[in-house]
Design a protein around this ligand. Sequence first.
Ligand SMILES: NC(=O)c1ccc[n+]([C@@H]2O[C@H](COP(=O)([O-])OP(=O)(O)OC[C@H]3O[C@@H](n4cnc5c(N)ncnc54)[C@H](O)[C@@H]3O)[C@@H](O)[C@H]2O)c1
Length: 445
Amino acid sequence: MTRRAALGVMSAASYQRIAGANDRVQVGFIGFGLIGAQHVHDFRNQRDCDLAAMCDVYQPRLEQGVAACGQRAKAYSDFRKLLENRELQAVVVSLPDHWHALVTMMACAAGKDVYVEKPMTLFVREGRWMTDVARHHQRIVQVGMQQRSGRHYQHAKQLITSGAIGKVISARSASFRNVMPGFGNPPDGPPPSDLDYEMWLGPAPKRVYNPHRALYHFRWFWDYSGGQMTNLGAHEVDIMQWVMQQKAPSAVGSSGGRFALQDNGETPDVQDAVFDYDGFTAEYSFREANAGRRAGAGGLEFCGTKGSLVINRSGFEIVPDAKIPPSNAIPTFQGHPTGGPTKVAGQMEYWTQAAKEPGSSDEQFDLHVRNFLDCVKSRSIPIADVEQGHRTATAVHLANIALRVGRKVKWNATTEQIVDDREASAYLERPYRAPWDRELRSLLG
Ligand SMILES: NC(=O)c1ccc[n+]([C@@H]2O[C@H](COP(=O)([O-])OP(=O)(O)OC[C@H]3O[C@@H](n4cnc5c(N)ncnc54)[C@H](O)[C@@H]3O)[C@@H](O)[C@H]2O)c1
């Protein structure tokens, strides 16, 4: 029997152990940073789970994490040991992006269900590997794209699908902020003695320690992340593809660069991406050195032939378009030889109804965790399943690939290949550093 088949048997056995509707799910947490702490808070508020284990490679955070779990959690500094804990049915992976795929797959192989943060992957190929491994071991994988769980996001999806704003011809989204001059330029040096930097790096390339190549600021380095395109862009592109029921763009173009920030980060501080879909286009833009003034500087706007639906975590609004005789749209200028186009008089009418609905970020986190725990018990597919996480991550990775090669890339969603572009295709996969490359090979069988 292959190792993979043996693991399959093990996960089938653990499937039998899965809690019934009234049982408590034993949950382990891997990573207690910005979002890890939010997850501990949200799981603590559920009626049917125990916060049973905590792992972090930075000792102060491990201690804070155990305390946040009410001191009942077992402490681990090596996630492999946590995965050996047979009491745990589920783990929450709140690690930097370069760890998401490997830890998720190892957890699935160890018989655990997984809640893993977005962006689900660091590079495109990881998403298919994760989906295959999760399916093989019959594991539930929920991706931290929690906006999907928000009631107002679900209502907006329903309204758009039923034609409330007409035919959607484009969607545009943005995240603008001004963090000039950036986060500083700390010098390289030895890692803190209470941080296991080797384990923080894991499969990523070996680098001299810098305080920014670790907690939180890993986001601005290509080794660990795709910058704001995959960090914030993943949330908006996810909702856009989910509402529009799209598997993938057929092509993506992107422009941008690092034009203003003066810190030691690498990823762009300005980027615009345009995604082509069947019958509509979508944009995602971010600015790190300008907070923006126009409407739509944050969140997502669906543009339909009857009006627009503008949505963010705090709510949505439908802004109807006025029904105007097309000739009234022709501008009037002074001195026109015939006096200019004739305006058709009449009462102002609108194509659709205005509407507004509030939403709450706290509710989105809470309901997303609830959906995960319900699926752990029922074995149903969660709202942000691993395959969905792969689709979202693929779109934003393609935007970064287009930026890095300096041209539009075409995507074949069936074969999951970039069309006729070897240079761009090389970005679809990256090597893992030893010994994690061996771990990957054994997972993929
Ligand atoms: N869903 C959301 O709204 C949302 C919000 C914030 C962050 N995120 C995502 O969550 C992930 C984590 O981001 P963050 O801001 O919390 O980062 P962070 O740096 O604050 O926290 C990550 C934690 O993981 C620990 N860690 C790193 N390698 C480890 C390992 N091998 N084993 C155990 N612990 C390890 C670090 O010490 C750190 O405490 C990112 O992928 C980010 O995109 C999602």
